[in-house]
Design a protein around this ligand. Structure first.
Ligand SMILES: [Zn+2]
Length: 241
């Protein structure tokens, strides 16, 4: 890798053309990978979001009901997607806090792999021992577990109609890297304003106060420290055999 490619999205390789982000909650994409995705989209990469839950417990404001919160968060998701320039958002609509990587979820994810034909998936590391949110683990688990069956004609053949073909996902990257060996660190300093703008669309989570996203700035600043970068996101590649 040449010196000028270090810390840039060219580390993902030119063969990355369509990325599906498999997330659990409406703000996971922006907080975990919003800067990197903004940079990839600017290069012509197409990005879509597959959202496992509708985020319907994500508040301490009891003036919301689960229904009104889910509706608000769906609008926030679409607003964030528009800021970043996502091609599509797929809502699975499971309840927040109850996402389970069972056979039904595996088939739902496989169906989207087949329908949208991503070559690359971004998701949570399902084996991250420090992951406190079960929905994140479940989203990552289902994303990885759908990989192999989604390629096979005899798996849920009812999905393979109207020109829909078996999936051909080739690579996975887990977000929330932590400077482990082999990770890809992306300098997102130039995309930081876009990441913040997209994240701020999630008003029910972060309001409009500047300090509400200080944790995110601190996280991305910490990730960049290793490499002298102001803001960075890191990704752990999963070896697919
Ligand atoms: Zn989340």
């Amino acid at each position: 890798m040449s010196e000028e490619q270090r810390f840039t999205v060219s580390q993902f390789g030119d063969e990355v053309k369509r990325i599906l982000v498999v997330a659990a909650h409406p703000d996971d994409l922006e907080t975990g990978s919003g800067g990197t995705l903004a940079l990839l989209i600017a290069r012509g990469v197409e990005v879509a979001l597959l959202l496992g839950t509708d985020g319907d417990i994500g508040t301490h404001d009891v003036s919301f009901t689960r229904e009104t919160l889910a509706a608000a968060r769906q609008q926030e998701t679409l607003a964030g997607a528009q800021v970043l320039g996502l091609k599509e958002v797929f809502f699975l609509g499971h309840h927040d806090g109850e996402l389970v990587a069972d056979l039904a979820l595996r088939a739902e994810v496989a169906g989207i792999y087949r329908h949208w034909q991503p070559d690359t998936v971004f998701t949570f590391d399902p084996s991250w021992a420090g992951q406190a949110h079960p929905d994140h683990t479940a989203a990552g688990r289902a994303a990885v577990d759908a990989y192999m069956p989604s390629k096979m004609e005899l798996y849920h053949p009812e999905q393979l109609v109207d020109g829909v073909k078996v999936a051909d996902v080739k690579r996975f990257f887990f977000f929330g890297g932590s400077n482990r060996e082999g990770e890809i660190t992306i300098d997102i300093s130039s995309a930081w304003a876009t990441k913040l703008a997209a994240t701020r669309c999630h008003v029910s989570q972060f309001g409009q106060k500047e300090e509400a996203l200080q944790w995110l700035a601190a996280w991305n600043h910490e990730t960049g420290k290793c490499c002298g970068l102001e803001y960075a996101e890191a990704f752990h590649p999963m070896q697919v055999w």
